[in-house]
Ligand binder design. Sequence first.
Ligand code: NOJ
Ligand code: CA
Length: 556
Amino acid sequence: MTELLTSTTDATPPQRLDADWWRQATVYQIYPRSFADANGDGIGDLPGITSRVDYLARLGVDAVWLSPFYPSELADGGYDVADYRNVDPRLGTLADFDAMVAALHGAGIKLIVDIVPNHSSDQHEWFKEALAAPKGSPERDRYVFRDGLGEHGELPPADWKCMFGGPAWDPVGDGQWYLHLFAPEQPDFNWHNEEVRADFLKTLRFWSDRGVDGFRVDVAHALAKDLPENLPSEAELAAMDTATGTHLLWDRDEVHEIYAGWREVFDEYDPPRIAVAEAWVNPPSRRARYASASGLGQAFNFDLLEADFDPEAYRRIIVDNLDQAAASGSSTTWVFSNHDVVRHATRYGLPPNGDRPRHYNRTWLLSGGTEPVVDTEAGLRRARAATLFMLALPGSAYLYQGEELGLSEVADIPDAARQDPTFFRSPGVDVGRDGCRVPLPWTATGRSFGFGDAKAHLPQPEWFGAASVEAQSDDPASTLNLYRDALALRRELQADESLTWAPSEPQVLHLRRANGWEAVANFGSTAVPLPAGEVLLASGPVDGELPGETTVWLRN
Ligand code: NOJ
Ligand code: CA
């Protein structure tokens, strides 16, 4: 990989111009409404991000992935987009966006924005037009409408359930129903419609022209659908094979025709714009298509996010994903936390989760975070060890805002303050994802711990003060400084994408990169001998031996 650096005539740091910058990047996810609130209305905004670029540069991230900031009624935290080529007025303006891009680029940080192509908001102009237009109209053809069953279409076309609970088909009052795989406020687009296809290409160019370096593609595996005249039942859908690219809704082979068209747009730019797919596919080998160089280029693997703190599981996941990445020509992605899952410092403080999915401990969340009791100390110790090990792996590392502070999940949010549609669509059964979306604590005291001048839009717990950036910044042993040190070293040490395993005891994983950079993780509870080498960094105190639940980086 060649790396070109522009010569600088002013004080701005050099920009990395190589097309492969993403392959082993550290990408920091910002959930904009909960990062920093510049105008004191309780909601994080784009000027808030701009005001914290120094923090991101000091943290040492290569890129920011920005969750949706588009106009939205917030039926699903912004993943219900009303206008794909604008900024939500509560978050700022297009001029604020440009200023944010300039500030990030000025600090040598790339920007990846979230793009939500499976569904729009029901407040999108096109959906309003579809509702106002008659059955069979071009306006309705942009979405997925079907006649209802029964004499007057009073019954849904099928009994399908949406992802957030409740039915996936909703009536519009004239005998027709529309499909929403997520919330009712998120009608699914019809990707057979040429206008839909063309409009997304326009959106990709719109943001690329504004300097965006790449896109995170939401529910990338759902765009292409093939609905027959007689719809199958929910049970029949569930029984359909997902391995052959012929499921009626998910991961159909022809979805890649769409992304081939996107790739042409990405390649109009220099360096080419990049993309990372959120694609939940089964078997995992199908991920390679999304990650191919003629498609989106990279795809998330959520395997570590679903794994217990267990060396055998880790080793299998790492080997499998490196193999898969090699097969697709892409690099792999590692992620422990994002805006959809219980924070990993909490997950690792709970007994292994019998619930499915593993990253979302429903029983514990429903108990308000009391049952079972979280071992916060052990959770953080394991999360620090796991993260330090992950940061030494070949591939991209995706971090979620607040994990660098070692934040735990906020489990005791009162019902009245909840925002996630999962909570409203399945009362008593689910509480949703608000607990990982609580606004960040920047200072140890203050109305919203430095998030802004007003009370934060989701309530912050008292313990946030002690976890704040201010409280951790000068403490060499803090989680914040562990991340800072690790990211600085990761940049310095970064090597080719190969990895070998050194022999180790069953409770230990010991990996070697080609240049002598090594990471040793002790997953057990007892200390083991420290392998030879210069100690560069450790997730906890290391003194002659490697204590339990600790990772160390060595140089040999
Ligand atoms: C995946 C996103 O990460 C999640 O937050 C959202 O609810 C769904 N896609 C629907 O857009
Ligand atoms: Ca604000």
